[in-house]
Ligand binder design. Structure first.
Ligand code: GLU
Length: 490
């Protein structure tokens, strides 16, 4: 039997912070599958936990998805036939679901205070068990609820968990069965009237016609509860696909401890979205045949659920850096220019703070060919944005390059200065030719001249090729800096 229903998938972030690479992976896989199969990709904001919400996080998540090129067909920011797409705007739906469950005896009120629950938990722990809420023989009725409210007790609604085991047939992780004894009467409506994540998530997947739920493996343990709720509410159970965990190179949960984890942080560090997306696509999925580099269109073409593995994915930062280096090298001029402009608008470093004139940008990009990220430009070209009289020479660089061997570097500067002073056409090509003929005449290698020049004009030993470095800096500033370095010599 072929299922001809279009796939409806969703990404359902809680707006608790910026989009991290794990969330981006979930969004990307859902997006790719929807595109691949002609389905619909929905963005739903799960914002019912007021204490954890971060103002503006929803907008930032959307900004980051857009930057990655992950577009959604329905949802927050774009609307659609199943809106609103913010859960706090759908509270009536959850309340009526709770009413239905209460009416059919599949849910009941409970009134314990946090202290009472804590004491119950402690008693259970003493017997080496986790708390399983003791379902009362008679469910409280409306007058019990009134009395509890008058007594200032919290009023919550709990779900009557089924007496039978629940099986999840996960399309990635396989079959997982949870025994009835392990399913507890969890809370579906909190004392403040808000639904819990479980209830809102299940009600919305039903209302929005989601027929495949693809999300991180950390949610697999919750899925039996969701299936039980779907059955109680008469909702169809969607297909499930839980994605393998993403670990760092030491096999620990990926965290900020060893570098950026947020999409926006990678943007600010100078990564191209196409490189990041390509890298993220391979966290748990691969097209096979050893293939790694793909355009977004190729990913759509090649994506399939069958090729998502169960093995934990490794977040290899070196590999990401290599992807980015290659993507920067492969980008054509206009793509590179646009991405650089974007980076200048979001990054915060001495170079972006100084403001890079538009006319200088193409030359900067050319001089930094081979860079790993745009951040390299800030590191290698910061010297351009310092006033000549504020440039300080790194003492280690001075010792290694200028004063060593009885001031050999300084002497070289002294000699090369007239050759540069006599040069009127100040382009990288002209500078290169002049330095080469200077070296040929003296029988020295270019490096012997380039490093002293570099230290004199940048204060460091790292910058673009020497001819590009001097060309970018301009004639007057170059000569000025060489003279200053020579004058400062002791
Ligand atoms: N709001 C949940 C989260 O924080 C979504 C879980 C799901 O996809 O079902 O990621």
């Amino acid at each position: 039997m072929t299922d001809t229903t279009a796939l409806r998938v969703r990404f359902a972030p809680s707006p608790t912070g910026d989009l991290h690479v794990g969330g981006a992976r979930t969004a990307l896989f859902n997006y790719l599958l929807a595109r691949r199969t002609g389905g619909i990709f929905i963005l739903r904001i799960e914002d019912t936990d007021a204490a954890r919400n971060v103002p503006g996080a929803d907008e930032r998540i959307m900004r980051d998805l857009r930057w990655l090129g992950i577009a959604w067909d329905e949802g927050a920011g774009v609307g659609g036939p199943h809106g609103p797409y913010y859960q706090t705007q759908r509270l009536d739906l959850y309340r009526s679901a709770v009413e239905r469950l209460l009416a059919s005896g599949k849910a009941y009120y409970a009134f314990e205070t946090p202290e009472e629950l804590e004491a119950m938990r402690a008693r259970a722990a003493a017997c080496r068990a986790s708390l399983r809420y003791p379902r009362p023989a008679r469910f409280p009725d409306e007058s019990d609820v009134r009395r509890a409210r008058q007594a200032g007790r919290p009023v919550v609604v709990r779900f009557t968990a089924p007496d039978e085991p629940v099986t999840v047939r996960d399309e990635v992780m396989g079959e997982v069965t949870v025994a009835a004894e392990e399913l507890d009467d969890f809370i579906i409506l909190k004392a403040d009237g808000m639904p819990t994540y479980h209830l809102a998530n299940v009600v919305d997947d039903g209302a929005m016609g989601v027929n495949l739920v693809m999300r991180g493996q950390e949610f697999l343990g919750q899925t039996p509860r969701h299936i039980a709720l779907q059955q109680a509410l008469g909702l169809p159970t969607p297909r499930y696909a839980h994605l393998p965990l993403i670990l760092d190179m030491q096999g620990r949960k990926l965290s900020k401890r060893d570098g950026d984890v947020e999409v926006h942080a990678f943007r600010r560090a100078g990564y191209l979205p196409e490189a990041l997306v390509n890298f993220i696509a391979l966290l748990g999925w691969s097209p096979g045949g050893g293939r790694e580099k793909m355009t977004p269109a190729e990913m759509v073409e090649l994506f399939s659920l069958e090729r998502i593995g169960r093995t934990n994915a490794k977040f290899d930062r070196e590999k990401l850096l290599a992807f980015n280096t290659d993507a920067l090298a492969a980008a054509d001029e206009s793509r590179l220019a646009a991405a650089f402009d974007d980076w200048l608008g979001v990054a915060d470093n001495p170079l972006t703070r100084a403001g890079v004139p538009a006319a200088l940008r193409p030359a900067l990009l050319r001089a930094n060919r081979g860079m790993r990220t745009f951040g390299d430009i800030a590191q290698r070209c910061g010297f351009l944005f310092i006033n000549d009289d504020e440039l300080t020479l790194d003492p280690d660089a001075v010792a290694a390059v200028l004063t060593r061997d009885d001031n050999a570097g300084f002497r070289m500067l002294q000699e090369v200065l007239p050759a540069l002073e006599s040069l009127t056409e100040w382009t990288a090509e002209a500078i290169d030719a002049q330095l080469k003929s200077f070296c040929a005449a003296r029988g020295v290698g270019l490096g012997k001249v380039a490093q002293p020049l570099r230290v004199a004009v940048t204060g460091t030993t790292v910058s673009p090729a020497i001819s590009d470095t001097l060309a970018l800096l301009d004639r007057e500033r170059t000569l000025n800096r060489i003279r200053r370095a020579l004058a400062a010599r002791v």
